[in-house]
Write a protein that binds this ligand. Structure first.
Ligand SMILES: [Zn+2]
Length: 280
């Protein structure tokens, strides 16, 4: 299964030899932005190197959760517990947008990159279901960590075979930037051997955010699946205790001086990324 291959490969340390997008070159950071080495004498009778090399260039960097907590299903709606049906639904919605459907026992795995909707028009088939495409996608991730793409070339790994000129829309998981060495067969670059650095997306399916999906989610946790969702949560600022200022004793004065809290910009609140782990 392609997803699992990708998931397995993406967690390999640098030095791994292959990725689902192709063979890794020695040092991706040193790869030139564009190597233009036109095939001498044109493309007709001469030998044209049509081999394709795709190497990881810059992996997706997901933000790390600043804090973790546990959601215990057996405490659901118990008096005095924070585990409510409403909270479970909210967390499941987040989980659904951060997971991809695959063949794992839980039926899904955590997405290793941002999920976004990619509209595309295929420019060239690079083999192994990899395509160079004109693509567009909205920004995604917290603080738009993945910037939007507008009419830009991108590398796509599609589930089904396609051909140049095909258009479509997929849910794409951003898997970082890759360097692709190939020979374009489209104008105006036709026949010129070159390397492009482009964002790469893997076609995937996300979980269904529905009561049935939530039901399966709960069953998977009860059966022992280790699942978690990451959300942004507002918490009281620890430094100032949620007041927005700290007190400083003034020598010879009855009243303390109030010092605005820099940690929370005097709001008394902080927004942090929290990973919630679900347990039976
Ligand atoms: Zn504060």
């Amino acid at each position: 299964m392609k997803f699992r291959l990708l998931l397995a490969l993406l967690v390999l340390p640098l030095g791994a030899q292959t990725t689902p997008f192709g063979t890794k070159v020695s040092d991706p950071a040193s790869a030139p932005a564009t190597t233009t080495a036109p095939a001498a004498g044109g493309v007709s009778d001469e030998f044209v190197d049509n081999s394709v090399q795709v190497s990881p260039f810059r992996p997706t960097l997901l933000p790390e959760a600043k804090s973790t907590r546990t959601f215990q299903l057996s405490k659901l709606n118990r008096l005095g517990s924070t585990e409510s049906t409403k909270e479970l639904q909210r967390l499941y919605s987040a989980f659904a947008t951060q997971s991809i459907v695959d063949g794992s026992p839980a039926g899904s795995s955590k997405a290793v990159g941002y999920l976004t909707s990619v509209t595309y028009s295929i420019l060239q088939d690079l083999g192994d279901n990899r395509y160079l495409a004109k693509a567009a996608w909205p920004a995604s991730g917290p603080n738009e960590a993945l910037a939007a793409g507008v009419d830009t070339m991108a590398l796509l790994l599609l589930e089904k075979a396609a051909k140049a000129g095909d258009t479509g829309k997929i849910t794409g998981m951003h898997v970082g930037t890759v360097a692709v060495l190939f020979t374009p067969d489209f104008a105006p670059l036709k026949g010129r051997r070159l390397t492009l650095r482009r964002e790469a997306f893997l076609e995937c399916a996300t979980l269904e955010d529905s009561p049935a999906g939530l039901q399966r989610f709960v069953e998977a946790i009860t059966a022992g699946a280790e699942l978690s969702a990451t959300t942004n949560e507002t918490i009281p600022c620890k430094k100032c205790g949620g007041l927005g200022f700290t007190r400083e004793a003034q020598k010879g004065q009855l009243l303390d001086k109030r010092v605005p809290c820099a940690d929370c910009a005097s709001t008394g609140k902080l927004i942090i990324s929290v990973e919630t782990k679900f347990v039976p």
